[in-house]
Design a protein around this ligand. Structure first.
Ligand code: AMP
Ligand code: ZN
Length: 538
C-alpha cells in the first residue's frame, strides 16, 4: 500500500473528493518557492538512499505545495503559505544480519549494502514508473490484491527523472557510506539532476517535520464517505527551535535545533551509546533463550511484559505505540495515564543522584553521580553508560544462580537508571535555558525511543519537575531507526532552502552539526552549493 493514513478514523483517497477543489487543482497556481527547477511543475519526485550503518534503505517520495488548499474554496481570504506536502511512493530497507556478532560488523554491513542496494533501487524505480504512469491517467492495476497481475508497464519504458537524488554523506562508516554515495552520484550524473549529500543526524532531527508534510499531502474523507476538512499546516511542526534526544545503537545526544542547519550538541556520550549499553546489559542479565535482536527491545519485554514477573507492573496490552504516522506529535502515546508502571520520578535534582534499594542486597548507582577530582560530574553536560554496564555485568556474574525474578528486577533497574540519566541532562538544560528557550517540544528519536518505559519515564519526570507544558514527540518507530525517508526529507528541506552538493563530494566519517564546531558543522564541510554557486563564494 503506497498511501498512509494519519488518522485512524479516516481513509486516504486518491485525489480530492471535492469537485471545487478539483477546479482549484487546474487553475494556475500562484508563484511560490516550491517549484521544480527542472520542469517548472508544482510537484516533484525525489529519490533517496541511506547506507551509513547496517541498514540499506531506498525511498521515493512525491513533493508538492499543499498551500493551494487554503487559497481557494475552503479559506478564500487566507494568506498564502508555502506548505510542503509529502507522499511516500516507495520506502524499504534491508538490515545486515549481524546476529553472530556482539555489535555491527563493518564488513558484514558493507557486504549487505553491496548485495542489497541495486536490487532495492530496481524495485524502487519500478514503483516510480508505475506512479508516474498513474499520474498521467493510465490505469495500471485492476486488482491491487493480485500480486501476479500484469501492471501493463512496458519494461523498456524509460524511468521518470527525479528532481534530485539525496544520499547520506555522513557521519558513518566511510566505506559503507561510499556504497550509497557513489551509486547516488552515478544516478544524478546519468539523469543530469542535482545531488544532495545529507547529514545523517540532521535527518534524524528533522524527521518529525516530515510527518506534518505527510499530513498535508491529501485531504481525507470520513468513513461515511463525506469530505473531512482538507487540513494543511501553516508551518512544519515542530517549528524551530526544538530539542532532539537521539538515542540509538551508535548515539546518545541532546541537540538544540535552532534552524535548518543550526543544531547545537548540548550533551553526548563520553563512552558508549545507550543502545549499545542496553544491548550489552541484556546479554548480561537475560537468560540466553530469551535473547532476540534487537536486544534492547528484548530487555524491555523481559522487564515489563514477560510472564515470570511478579504482579504489579503491567503495560496495558491495547496501548498501541507503534504504527501509523498520526501527525507531528504523538503525544497521546506518552501520557502516564496510559500505563501502570510502578514508577515514581525523582521529585528533586538531589533525588536523581540517590541509589534506590531493591530488596536483593544491591542497588545501582546513577552515572556521574559522584564528584571526581574536585569536578562536580553530576552537572557536566555529558552522558556516560560504561560504568553502569560494568556494575550490571559484575552483578550478573557475582553468583552461579540468580533467579529469574531477580534478573527481571535488574532489567527494570538498569533501564530506570539509564533513562533517568538521560532525563537528567534534559532537565539541566531546561532549568538553565528556560528564560532563553522559546521552544515547547522535545523530539525523541532513534531505536531506543521505541521503548515504552522510556516514553513513560520522560513524561513522568517532566511533569514532576514543572515541565508539563513541554511536549514530547516520538516519530513512528520505523522512522526512529535509520531509514531513507528521513534522508529524502532532509534533502527536500535543504533543496527548498537552495542547497545542493557538488558531484565531487566524498563520505565523511565524523561530521558535527554545530556551526561553532571546528569542522564548521553541516555547512562547514566543502561541497555545498547555494543557488548553484559554491558556498565559499557567497
Ligand atoms: P538504531 O541504531 O537507531 O537503529 O537503533 C538500534 C538500537 O535500538 C539497538 O541498540 C536496539 O537494541 C535498540 N532498541 C530497539 N528497540 C528497543 C526498545 N524497545 N527498547 C530499548 N532499546 C531498543
Ligand atoms: Zn541513525
Amino acid at each position: 500500500m503506497l498511501l498512509r493514513s494519519c488518522r485512524r478514523a479516516c481513509v486516504p483517497v486518491r485525489g480530492c473528493p471535492n469537485p471545487f477543489l478539483r477546479r482549484n487543482h487546474a487553475s494556475p497556481a500562484p508563484e511560490r518557492r516550491l517549484r521544480s527547477k527542472r520542469t517548472g511543475d508544482d510537484n516533484y519526485t525525489v529519490l533517496a538512499i541511506e547506507t551509513s550503518c547496517d541498514d540499506t534503505s531506498v525511498a521515493i517520495v512525491g513533493v508538492k505545495d499543499a498551500g493551494f488548499l487554503d487559497s481557494g474554496f475552503f479559506k478564500p481570504n487566507r494568506k498564502e503559505h508555502k506548505r510542503l506536502g509529502l507522499d511516500v511512493y516507495f520506502h524499504e530497507k534491508i538490515t545486515a544480519n549481524n546476529d553472530a556478532y556482539t555489535g555491527i560488523h563493518p564488513l558484514v554491513a558493507l557486504e549487505s549494502h553491496r548485495a542489497s542496494l541495486a536490487p532495492l533501487l530496481q524495485r524502487a524505480l519500478g514503483h516510480m514508473k508505475r506512479r508516474h504512469a498513474e499520474q498521467d491517467g493510465r490505469k495500471l492495476w485492476e486488482d491491487y490484491e493480485d500480486e501476479d497481475y500484469h501492471d501493463g508497464l512496458d519494461n523498456n519504458e524509460p524511468v521518470p527523472v527525479p528532481e534530485f537524488v539525496a544520499v547520506t554523506r555522513g557521519p558513518g562508516m566511510r566505506s559503507n557510506l561510499a556504497v550509497g554515495l557513489d551509486t547516488a552520484k552515478g544516478l544524478a550524473t546519468a539523469w543530469g539532476v542535482p545531488l544532495i549529500g545529507v547529514h545523517h543526524m540532521q535527518a534524524h532531527a528533522l524527521t518529525p517535520r516530515l510527518l506534518t508534510a505527510q499530513a498535508n499531502w491529501l485531504p481525507w474523507v470520513k468513513d461515511d464517505g463525506q469530505s473531512d476538512s482538507c487540513r494543511s499546516h501553516d508551518e512544519l511542526e515542530p517549528a524551530f527551535p526544538f530539542l532532539t534526544v537521539l538515542v540509538s545503537g551508535g548515539h546518545t545526544m541532546l541537540i538544540d535545533s535552532k534552524g535548518l542547519t543550526e543544531h547545537t550538541t548540548l550533551a553526548e556520550t563520553q563512552d558508549i551509546a545507550i543502545g549499545d549499553f542496553l544491548d550489552k546489559a541484556a546479554r548480561a542479565i537475560m537468560p540466553g533463550q530469551m535473547l532476540r535482536p534487537p536486544f534492547g527491545a528484548a530487555l524491555e519485554r523481559f522487564a515489563f511484559h514477560s510472564e515470570v514477573i511478579q504482579p504489579g507492573i503491567v503495560l496495558d496490552d491495547d496501548v498501541e505505540i507503534e504504527g501509523e504516522a498520526r501527525g507531528p506529535a504523538c503525544e497521546e502515546h506518552v501520557q502516564p495515564r496510559e500505563c501502570r508502571y510502578d514508577y515514581t520520578p525523582p521529585a528533586r535534582r538531589q533525588d536523581e543522584l540517590e541509589t534506590r534499594p531493591t530488596g536483593w542486597g544491591w542497588a545501582l548507582t546513577p552515572p556521574l553521580a559522584e564528584s571526581k577530582g574536585g569536578e562536580k560530574s553530576s552537572r557536566r553536560m555529558v552522558y556516560s553508560f560504561a560504568g553502569l554496564l560494568t556494575s550490571i555485568e559484575r552483578l550478573a556474574k557475582r553468583q552461579e544462580h540468580i533467579s529469574l525474578v531477580e534478573r527481571q528486577v535488574m532489567a527494570r533497574e538498569v533501564q530506570r537508571v539509564a533513562f533517568e540519566h538521560l532525563a537528567s541532562r534534559i532537565l539541566l538544560h531546561l532549568s538553565s535555558a528556560s528564560e532563553d528557550w522559546k521552544g515547547d517540544t522535545i523530539v525523541v528519536s532513534g531505536g531506543v525511543a521505541s521503548n515504552k518505559f522510556l516514553r513513560h519515564l520522560l513524561r513522568s519526570v517532566l511533569d514532576a519537575r514543572g515541565y508539563s507544558h513541554v511536549k514530547l514527540s516520538f516519530p513512528p518507530i520505523e522512522l526512529c531507526t535509520d531509514n531513507a525517508l528521513m534522508i529524502a526529507w532532509a534533502g527536500i528541506e535543504m533543496y527548498e532552502a537552495g542547497y545542493t552538493s557538488s558531484l565531487d563530494i566524498g563520505p565523511i566519517r565524523t561530521w558535527s552539526m554545530d556551526p561553532k564546531a571546528p569542522d564548521g558543522g553541516i555547512l562547514g564541510v566543502g561541497g555545498w552549493l547555494k543557488d548553484d554557486k559554491p558556498i565559499s563564494e557567497g
